[in-house]
Write a protein that binds this ligand. Structure first.
Ligand SMILES: *[C@@H]1O[C@H](CO)[C@@H](O)[C@H](O)[C@H]1NC(C)=O
Ligand SMILES: *[C@@H]1O[C@H](CO)[C@@H](O)[C@H](O)[C@H]1NC(C)=O
Ligand SMILES: *[C@@H]1O[C@H](CO)[C@@H](O)[C@H](O)[C@H]1NC(C)=O
Ligand SMILES: *[C@@H]1O[C@H](CO)[C@@H](O)[C@H](O)[C@H]1NC(C)=O
Length: 453
C-alpha cells in the first residue's frame, strides 16, 4: 500500500507537469527562411500538433499582451487545420539580445540568468473572443541546461541536444561568402554560432578546410568549410564558442565531423589543428579517462562541471599521429545518421527505424547524431535545383513535428540546417525536463522503499 502511494505522488506530479506543457492548441513563433538577410526574414506563426479546439483568432504583438490591452500589430482569423504554419509580413529586424547576451557585450559583467528563456519583442497570443488561450514569444534560451533540475545527472547519450549542421557556414563579413554559389547553396545557417548558442543550440558541427594563407599565424590557415568550399575563418568561431560557455556556464558539444579540404594524407595538418584547439579551447574541454576507451557519451553535465569545463570535443582521433591521438581532451566521434540522400517519405521511414529504438534499430546504446538535411544532389535527382534554404524550409518543420511525438524521448543529438524555422530548442527542453523528472523520482521511489525495509 505504501509502495503504491510513493509511486502515485510523482505520477500525479508528472501528469500535471505534462498537462501544463501541452496546451489545447499550442501557438508559437519561428523565423522563416525568407529574406536576403537575417533582418529581413519574416516571422511565421505555427500551431499544433493536434489543435482540436483551434482559437478564433491569433494576434502578433511587439509587447507582452498579458501586461496590458495592446492592440495587435497583426490579427489573423481562421486557423482551422489541426497543425500548420503561416508566413506573416512582420520582419525579424535586427537581433538584439537583452541581459548582456550580445556577443559584443562586455564579458566583465555577469549576464542575466533567464530560467525559462527571455522573450525578444515578438509575441503571439491566441484567443477565443476576448478570452486569452495561449501566449508565447520568440525567445532566447541562454541558460536552459543549468536551469532544468536533475538534467545534469542524465548521461549525454540520454539527453536531447538541439543542434545545427554546418554550424559555422554563415553569411559573414568574409569575402569568401559573397558568391551566389556560396550564398544560396553552401551557407547553411541564418544565425551565427554565437546567436545559435544564445537561442539554445548545444551541439555544433564543423567541417574544416585547410589552406595555406602565407601569414605568420598558423591559425589563419583553418577555415569552416561546407561541401568543398571555404566559407569563413575558424578562429573567430572557436573564440565565440569559448566566450559563450564562459559567460553562460552551459555545456556544448563540438563535433569536428569532416575535413574536406587539405587534410587528406596530412596527419601533420590534423596535428596542427589539434594544437589550435588545445590553445583556444584547452581549458574548457572535458578531459576523459583515456584508459577507459570511451567516447564521453556516458558522462553527464555534472561530471563536466566537476572539472570546471563546459565543452565536449568530438574528433576522429585515429587521424592524429601519436601522442596527440591519445589526448584526453578529445572524445572519439559518436554514431552518425544522415538523411542527405533521402526524400521526405524515406526520411520518415528512416526516423521510424532510428527513433523507435526497436531491436532492429541501428542506434546502439551510445551517443548518436541525427542530421536532418537534404543534399544538393538529392534535389538535383528530383530535377529541381533548390537552394539550401528551400530544402530546409520543407524538411525542418516535418522533422520537428515528427519529434514531437514519442520519438522525441529517444532523441540524442538532432542537427539541422537553418534550425530557426522550428521550435526544436523548446521541444528539447520539454523532453529533457520530463526525462530528468522521471529519473529523479525513480531514485526517490527506490530510496523510499529502501528506507521502509
Ligand atoms: C470558444 O468559445 C466557444 C463558444 O463560446 C466554445 O464553444 C468553444 O469550445 C471555445 N473554444 C475554445 C478552444 O475554448
Ligand atoms: C489546411 O489544410 C488544407 C488541406 O490539407 C490546405 O489546403 C489548407 O491550405 C490548409 N490551411 C491552412 C490555413 O494551413
Ligand atoms: C580510468 O579508468 C580506469 C579503468 O576503468 C580506472 O581504473 C581508473 O581509476 C580511471 N581513472 C580515473 C582518474 O577515473
Ligand atoms: C522517394 O524515393 C523512393 C526510392 O527512390 C521512391 O520509391 C519514392 O517514390 C520517392 N517518394 C517521393 C515522394 O518522391
Amino acid at each position: 500500500m505504501i509502495q503504491k502511494y510513493t509511486h502515485l505522488v510523482p505520477l500525479l506530479q508528472l501528469i500535471l507537469l505534462m498537462g501544463s506543457l501541452e496546451a489545447g492548441c499550442p501557438v508559437y513563433l519561428t523565423i522563416s527562411l525568407t529574406g536576403k538577410t537575417q533582418q529581413d526574414a519574416f516571422l511565421e506563426i505555427n500551431w499544433g500538433p493536434n489543435c482540436y479546439g483551434p482559437p478564433q483568432w491569433v494576434g502578433i504583438y511587439s509587447q507582452d499582451p498579458t501586461i496590458s490591452n495592446f492592440q495587435p500589430d497583426l490579427r489573423i482569423n481562421g486557423i482551422f487545420n489541426t497543425t500548420g504554419k503561416m508566413l506573416t509580413p512582420i520582419k525579424l529586424g535586427k537581433l538584439r539580445f537583452p541581459g548582456g547576451w550580445n556577443k559584443q557585450d562586455s564579458g566583465d559583467q555577469t549576464a542575466t540568468q533567464y530560467p525559462t528563456g527571455k522573450c525578444l519583442p515578438h509575441y503571439v497570443a491566441s484567443y477565443n473572443g476576448t478570452e486569452l488561450l495561449t501566449v508565447d514569444c520568440l525567445k532566447i534560451q541562454p541558460n536552459w541546461m543549468n536551469q532544468i533540475k536533475h538534467v545534469d545527472r542524465m548521461q549525454l547519450k540520454d539527453t536531447f541536444l538541439p543542434g545545427t549542421h554546418a554550424s559555422g557556414a554563415v553569411l559573414g563579413s568574409s569575402t569568401k561568402s559573397n558568391s551566389i554559389l556560396v550564398r544560396d547553396y553552401l551557407v547553411a545557417q541564418q544565425l551565427d554560432v554565437w546567436s545559435q548558442l544564445v537561442f539554445g543550440i548545444r551541439y555544433l558541427d564543423f567541417s574544416i578546410g585547410y589552406k595555406n594563407m602565407n601569414t605568420e599565424k598558423d591559425a589563419d590557415n583553418f577555415w569552416i568549410a561546407n561541401e568543398n568550399m571555404l566559407i569563413t575563418p575558424l578562429l573567430g568561431v572557436l573564440r565565440d564558442v569559448r566566450q559563450f560557455v564562459k559567460r553562460s556556464a552551459e555545456m556544448v558539444v563540438l563535433d569536428f565531423s569532416s575535413f574536406p579540404i587539405g587534410f587528406y594524407k596530412h596527419p601533420e595538418i590534423y596535428s596542427s589543428l589539434f594544437r589550435l584547439l588545445r590553445q583556444e579551447l584547452g581549458d574548457e574541454a572535458y578531459r576523459r579517462n583515456v584508459s577507459k576507451d570511451e567516447n564521453c557519451a556516458n558522462r553527464n553535465f555534472r561530471e563536466l562541471l566537476l572539472q570546471k569545463r563546459h565543452l565536449v570535443i568530438l574528433f576522429p582521433t585515429q587521424e592524429l599521429p601519436y601522442p596527440e591521438k591519445e589526448s584526453n581532451m578529445l572524445c572519439p566521434p559518436w554514431q552518425r545518421f544522415s538523411t542527405s540522400f533521402m526524400n521526405i517519405s524515406q526520411t520518415l521511414d528512416y526516423m521510424r527505424l532510428l527513433f523507435s529504438r526497436k531491436p532492429d534499430s541501428p542506434v546502439r546504446n551510445v551517443g548518436w547524431i541525427f542530421t536532418a538535411v537534404r543534399s544538393m544532389e538529392q534535389t538535383l535527382n528530383a530535377h529541381q535545383l533548390q537552394t539550401s534554404k528551400e530544402r530546409a524550409a520543407v524538411l525542418n518543420p516535418k522533422v520537428n513535428k515528427w519529434l514531437k511525438g514519442p520519438w522525441g524521448n529517444n532523441a540524442n543529438v538532432v542537427a539541422m540546417d537553418y534550425f530557426s524555422n522550428t521550435n526544436i530548442v523548446d521541444l528539447a527542453i520539454q523532453v529533457n525536463a520530463r526525462k530528468a523528472f522521471i529519473m529523479a523520482n525513480n531514485d526517490y521511489i527506490n530510496l523510499e522503499i529502501f528506507n521502509l525495509n
